[in-house]
Write a protein that binds this ligand. Structure first.
Ligand code: AP5
Ligand code: MG
Length: 207
């Protein structure tokens, strides 16, 4: 079964994808994580996309497609959660050429919660674990529970870039809601709650 997780930046796509991966037999395919790994590798593509990601805009479809396809080949026939892909109708149509989509879940939360979630987020640059200084703090402040790496604040989590990412979501990604509604593939999930309760709602849909 393949699922797409849609939702505004910071709504909790990565958090829910990781919970589904941990206990429910899914594998998370996060476009954002693939992109950050490419940037970290300092490849020619990485250098080209770094300023675009830092500005909060979307990178070119061809590059995301390349990264997603490469990751998908490695995952073979597992149950995939597409997190952050597709982000435009054009990408959704591209995805249909190489993967089947069983369900699209749109996580929905109020903007003030989203901004609070993003501004307090910390991530582990090594394993990708997601924390929040108040909502999901690590056991030891600033240190990853899993591998003891120093946590970082994503550089696109600055207030001005968050504003741009929300704008990009509204104009480029939001039209996907109607696109998948028309195909009867979309379900909405209230994501104003804590991750445990959101996960329960998602699991209910998967039954
Ligand atoms: P990406 O990394 O996908 O960023 P995003 O969509 O902006 O989403 P985030 O990862 O910021 O948020 P999330 O929903 O995963 O929330 P999280 O679980 O971390 O993309 C980054 C960039 O890459 C894009 O801007 C673009 O440049 C490029 N890109 C990516 N995909 C692309 C594509 N397809 N095409 C072109 N370009 C692309 O949670 C956030 C925080 O909230 C955490 O601190 C967490 O602990 C906390 N939290 C989570 N859930 C809850 C909860 N229920 N209650 C309280 N706190 C919570
Ligand atoms: Mg994410």
């Amino acid at each position: 079964m393949n699922i797409i997780l849609l939702g505004k930046p910071g709504v909790g796509k990565g958090t829910i994808a990781k919970l589904l991966q941990k206990d429910y037999g899914f594998v998370q395919l996060s476009a954002g994580d693939l992109i950050r790994t490419e940037i970290k590798s300092k490849s020619a593509i990485g250098k080209k996309i770094e300023p675009i990601v830092a500005s909060g805009k979307l990178i070119a479809d061809e590059i995301t497609l390349l990264l997603v396809k490469k990751a998908l080949t490695k995952l073979k026939k597992k149950n995939i959660i597409f997190d952050g892909y597709p982000r435009e109708i054009k990408q959704a149509k591209m995805l249909e050429n190489f993967a089947k989509v069983d369900l699209v879940i749109n996580l929905e939360a109020q903007d003030k919660k989203i901004i609070n979630r993003l501004s307090g987020r910390r991530i582990c640059p090594k394993c990708g674990a997601i924390y929040h200084i108040k909502n999901q703090p690590p056991k030891k402040e600033g240190i990853c529970d899993k591998d003891k790496t120093k946590l970082i604040h994503r550089n696109d989590d600055k207030p001005s870039v968050i504003k741009e990412r929300l704008k990009v979501h509204k104009t480029q990604t939001k039209p996907l809601i109607n696109y998948y509604l028309k195909k009867s593939q979309l379900k909405k999930v209230d994501a104003n709650d804590n991750p445990k309760n959101i996960l329960k709602r998602v699991l209910q849909l998967l039954k």
